[in-house]
Design a protein around this ligand. Structure first.
Ligand SMILES: Nc1ncnc2c1ncn2[C@@H]1O[C@H](COP(=O)(O)OP(=O)(O)OP(=O)(O)O)[C@@H](O)[C@H]1O
Ligand SMILES: [Mg+2]
Length: 249
């Protein structure tokens, strides 16, 4: 019997369907994410990976299916409960999505001001901003504007912002896309450090085979709106199935 039989997932997506008019993007997708696990979702461009994550964080409404976060069905929660649950989730958007008119410090302060109640005793906004920037090695950039940062630095600031409320679940949408291989490796390294330091569970959407190899405990392939295959990196990358093979070329 697997140990997972006794542990409930921190996040569970069941039979998720999402259509835009006649276009069925997700046709019954399932994900369970267990404590301190890194699950990677791979799928070709346009397969619905970002749509799935947007349904998960409430930026989009699913056509049907259930989404449970920490055993709570998000569709039946009130606004207060939902807001609280959101502070448990850090989301690194595809691209970096920093506020261009705010400094790095202001970008990081933004989620703190929105969720003041999550601040614990003795933790000042200043200390939290510093800690978050230290985690990504960018304390010196605190007063810069996003336009003064390189692509890799922006991604790190976005990562710091996603982490500032010390979420127990992290969602990463293409964390390494658009970065050079060395910077991509640095970001993957940071993601691992963060997991070790805070015991976070992560759902990671990526095309990047290297990223999937280094970071995943489990990989799910999303094809035609459903789970096509699932397994460890070693299992899937040595698969004889022609569709599965294409992902690991
Ligand atoms: N707001 C929307 N209205 C209509 N169609 C949409 C909307 N958002 C996404 N789609 C469609 O849903 C499909 C999946 O989009 P999605 O952004 O999830 O792809 P993806 O798997 O994240 O791709 P990529 O790897 O390029 O980021 C696409 O065909 C897209 O056109
Ligand atoms: Mg996407």
């Amino acid at each position: 019997m697997s140990i997972k039989n006794n542990i409930s997932p921190v996040l569970e997506i069941k039979d998720l369907k999402k259509s835009f008019g006649d276009h069925q993007v997700l046709k019954g997708f399932n994900v369970s994410l267990y404590p301190q696990e890194n699950v990677v979702i791979m799928g070709k461009s346009g397969s619905g990976k970002s749509v799935m994550i947007k349904c998960l964080v409430g930026l989009m409404k699913a056509t049907s299916g259930t989404i449970k976060i920490k055993n709570k069905d998000i569709s039946i929660l009130g606004q207060t409960e939902l807001d609280f649950l959101r502070t448990e989730i850090g989301f690194l958007f595809q691209g970096s999505a920093l506020y261009d008119s705010m400094t790095v410090r202001e970008n990081l302060e933004f989620p703190l001001r929105r969720h003041k109640d999550k601040l614990r005793f003795r933790e000042s906004v200043h200390d939290l901003v510093h800690e978050a920037l230290e985690n990504v090695g960018l304390v010196d950039a605190i007063d810069l504007m996003p336009s003064e940062l390189s692509g890799g630095m922006k991604r790190r600031v976005a990562l710091a912002r996603a982490l500032i409320l010390k979420p127990s679940i992290m969602l990463y949408d293409e964390p390494t896309t658009g970065l050079d291989p060395i910077t991509a490796k640095e970001i993957i390294h940071l993601m691992r450090n963060i997991q070790d330091r805070y015991g976070t569970s992560s759902l990671i959407i990526t095309h990047d085979v290297d990223c999937a190899r280094v970071i995943s405990n489990r990989i799910i392939l999303l094809v035609d709106g459903i789970n096509y295959a699932e397994g460890t990196y070693d299992e899937l990358s040595s698969s004889k199935d022609s569709m599965t093979k294409m992902f690991f070329k």
